[in-house]
Design a protein around this ligand. Sequence first.
Ligand SMILES: *Cc1c(COP(=O)(O)O)cnc(C)c1O
Length: 235
Amino acid sequence: MTDIGTNLASIRQRIAAAEARYGRPAGSVHLLAVSKTWPASRLREAFAAGQRSFGESYIQEAKAKMAALDGLEVEWHFIGPIQSNKTRDIAALCQWVHSVDRFKIARRLHEQRPAHLPPLQVCLQVNISGEASKGGISPAAMDTVRALADAVAGLSRLRLRGLMAIPAPAEAFDAQRTAFRRLRALQEMLIAAGHSLDTLSMGMSNDLEAAIAEGATIVRVGRAVFGERRMKDEG
Ligand SMILES: *Cc1c(COP(=O)(O)O)cnc(C)c1O
């Protein structure tokens, strides 16, 4: 077995153990392999080990890998910051976008989603820890989250699935859980307001157990699958 195969097996075990421990149904947490910075050959290894969904943060980089993996049944999730001039490619090439945080971007994705494809599945990104450096809607403004959800739900070429967050790194398990619990509370608020949402995209290599404890349905795992990311200048 390759390293990536071994890594995937061990993450699947971590997920299964957390599901069992926190009373989540077996198989209710989906593993998204975050493949940003890694070449297509590594994605092929993961594919050979049964991985089918991949998360990318830079659409130019993703396009090259999509071309290299053409013909394989892969589901592409866009998880990075979105600039207006990138929405056309994202709308045409991805099945999911986790990082929608303003209406202007949502409307462009809706307008540019090709008619022959099913609606693009989206999550709204919430800046749950309030870090200035991070993208996402500020949850301090609950009304903003609600207003954006209402507006996005009205776009027929998008299907609003839920919320995504990247909390500030925390060592302690309880601190990790606290941040994820806040995202879940926001999701519950939106559901109470009439939205039908089934996705909480939260949890990464270091905190996926805490996220699963708080209801994650997609964990986005990079380093624990592929290893430490290479710096850009290492080529
Ligand atoms: C890079 C990245 C991840 C993966 O983080 P790891 O710590 O490598 O597991 C998850 N989500 C987003 C949005 C990312 O940019």
